[in-house]
Design a protein. Structure first.
Length: 633
């Protein structure tokens, strides 16, 4: 174990592991298939990064989030650790170069998006790699009972068959008992082996509040609390409108969603993390991999689709161990709004067939043709032409994807491209550039070839690292060089992409087995019902309800959520009423009539005195005649 501790100290500066990190690391180090359940902020990444450095070969890390992969690779490289990533949007040459580096042992941690696992190129190169073990982050994505099922994760089972002797480390922050069993089954665990870290967060106060006016309640909450805050909203438009409302009311806020330009997202996230902006209003696209310990409050202005999602998002508050709040706002229409999401997420089969037909008309794909054809997909234009609501159309496309007819990627990331307009000699004679511009040009020329001949893909994060700059700075400098006609610059962008996985069928022959429609719809409805139960139950501790949902049945009431405080207040009121009754009896012990005004001057709230008098009168302990009170002899 000392080798693991030495690595931890050398690269991360920590003296020892925390929670169940040690147990997970020892288990995977012994070659055992291992499932680690760790809450948000529990330090999952350490459990695979440390043993990867301790073993020979390359650790394959499968992660669904490109932004998180890039961020972790960048942070590992800063620590002097050889890490790389392969994801959609990379050029073919860059993918081959990265894979060959791994084959030759130059990469200790290779991050891979699940979509890449099925490609012939990856599987071919993988067969020549010396692999230490395979790590699956966000492992609940492999389970159809999970809240975030990704069909691409099912390909992991095939990789396991290619590397039968290599152990699997699966990690997740949210899994019910059924999901825990299914993860191990889908990943072909040789034997069950689960390490659980309690999901209890003693410093986190859960509050569910009914609000007639959610926006007014949100402003009130954020005005009465201090420190960094996250507000989760259900749609991109709602994030923008809510942030603008907060700013109008004197609160420092910005908004974040997946549709924003990469540099805008990066800058807003950075401003929030550095405390330049206090509040960030976001969709669920925000937060994964964000390590900001001092978030004091997370507010859900819209209910999430599952308790798993809620628990993970709420858990981004209070990672520093200090008291923090997770507030969920709802109104009288919440049940109906949540149930409407079921039909919005799983539209009728006939509607899905119609979207499939309209897609073919949109791209002029005839029956029997179109295999492997790929297109950029302007969803707004598609919906306008065929009179679809975007939410319903997108839901239909996702079901067609799960059924295997198309591949629909909502935001295919296209890397930035540049080409030098000036000849190399003219570039060297150029005068008037800033020091930063010259530094950037040198970094580009040192790391990329062919820039004077044609457009070449570049990785802005890598260029930023080489030039010792931030990514937003590189972006702005590239725009400036383009304006000076030194380069042509096509910025990185995200656009939806459609690819036909099969030849186009006549839509009446489309098949939607239970595993891609009926069963998933039932599980989704079940999760929605759990959310409704959570917000509508007023007699169970919020923390206990969440912990029991995840299989922890022996927890105690937290004593601080809205339900516990309500019970405590009622108990305190009952205790005060008894004490007040005793004080009233002491005053009336002389068996003479006393004025009510005299009793009201006892050191209790008026309501408590009145309640005590009513109770004593019902029990025939006292007689009340007008304003006079005496013991009933």
């Amino acid at each position: 174990m000392s080798i693991y501790r030495d690595i931890l100290k050398k690269y991360w500066g920590y003296d020892d592991f925390r929670g169940i990190q040690r147990e997970i690391i020892e288990s995977i180090g012994q070659g055992k298939d291992t499932l680690g359940l760790m809450p948000t902020g529990g330090g999952k990444s350490i459990t695979f990064q440390v043993p990867a450095l301790a073993q020979e070969g390359t650790c394959i890390v499968i992660s669904p989030l490109v932004a998180l992969m890039k961020d972790q690779v960048l942070n590992l490289r800063k620590r002097g650790i050889r890490a790389a990533a392969i994801y959609s949007g990379m050029s073919h040459d860059d993918i081959i170069k990265t894979l060959e580096n791994a084959v030759f042992g130059a990469v200790k941690l290779l991050y891979v998006s699940p979509e890449r696992l099925s490609t012939e190129l990856f599987q071919q190169k993988l067969s020549h790699m010396k692999v230490s073990f395979i790590c699956i982050d966000e492992a609940h994505c492999i389970c159809q009972w999970g809240y975030d099922f990704r069909p691409s994760y099912l390909a992991i089972g095939n990789i396991r068959k290619m590397l039968p002797d290599k152990p699997i480390l699966a990690l997740t922050a949210t899994a019910t008992p059924a999901v825990v069993d299914d993860i191990q089954e889908k990943l072909l665990f040789k034997q069950k082996n689960v390490f659980r870290m309690s999901f209890e967060r003693k410093n986190l106060v859960y509050v569910v509040r009914e609000a007639v006016d959610k926006e007014a309640q949100l402003i009130h909450i954020l005005s009465k609390t201090s420190g960094a805050a996250i507000v989760y909203a259900h749609s991109r438009q709602r994030t923008k409108e809510t942030a603008e409302l907060l700013c109008k009311n004197g609160l420092d806020a910005t908004f974040f969603h997946a549709g924003l330009d990469y540099t805008v997202k990066d800058q807003r996230q950075k401003d929030w993390q550095e405390g330049k902006v206090r509040i960030i209003v976001a969709t669920n696209a925000f937060g994964m991999g964000i390590d900001k310990p001092d978030v004091r409050v997370v507010v859900h202005i819209d209910c999430p689709d599952s308790l798993e999602a809620y628990f993970q998002e709420a858990g981004r508050a209070g990672r520093d161990g200090k008291k923090s709040y997770a507030v969920l706002l709802h109104d009288k229409m919440e049940d109906m709004k949540l149930k409407n999401r079921i039909t919005a997420t799983f539209p009728e089969i006939e509607y899905i067939r119609k979207v499939y037909d309209h897609l073919a008309y949109f791209y002029q794909i005839g029956v029997g043709s179109g295999y492997n054809a790929a297109f950029e997909f302007p969803i707004d234009k598609f919906c306008y032409r065929f009179k679809h609501y975007p939410i319903a159309a997108e839901a239909a496309l996702k079901i067609l994807d799960r059924a295997g007819y198309i591949e629909y990627r909502e935001e295919e990331e296209s890397k930035a491209r540049i080409r030098f307009i000036l000849e190399r000699d003219d570039l060297y004679r150029l005068r008037g550039n800033s020091k930063e511009e010259d530094t950037l040009i040198i970094a580009l020329l040192r790391n990329y070839s062919g820039l004077f001949n044609d457009f070449q893909y570049i990785d802005e994060a890598f260029v930023a690292q080489q030039a010792n700059m931030t990514v937003p700075m590189v972006y702005l400098l590239l725009k400036g060089l383009a304006q000076k006609n030194i380069i042509q610059f096509i910025p990185q962008k995200k656009t939806p992409v459609i690819r036909y996985r099969q030849r186009r069928e006549d839509s009446k022959y489309l098949s939607f087995p239970p595993a891609v429609y009926k069963t998933l719809k039932e599980h989704f409805a079940e999760r929605i019902n759990h959310v409704i139960h959570y917000i509508s139950t007023g007699n169970q501790c919020r923390s206990q309800m969440l912990l029991r949902y995840f299989g922890e049945t022996n927890s105690q009431p937290c004593g601080q959520c809205d339900v516990c405080l309500s019970h405590n207040n009622k108990a305190a009121f009952r205790a005060d009423t008894k004490t007040a009754s005793d004080a009233i009896r002491a005053v009336l012990a002389d068996k003479l009539p006393h004025d009510c005004e005299e009793l009201m001057r006892l050191p209790f709230d008026t309501e408590v005195i009145q309640n005590a008098l009513r109770k004593m009168a019902r029990n025939e302990e006292i007689l009340i005649d007008g304003t006079m009170v005496q013991l009933d002899n």
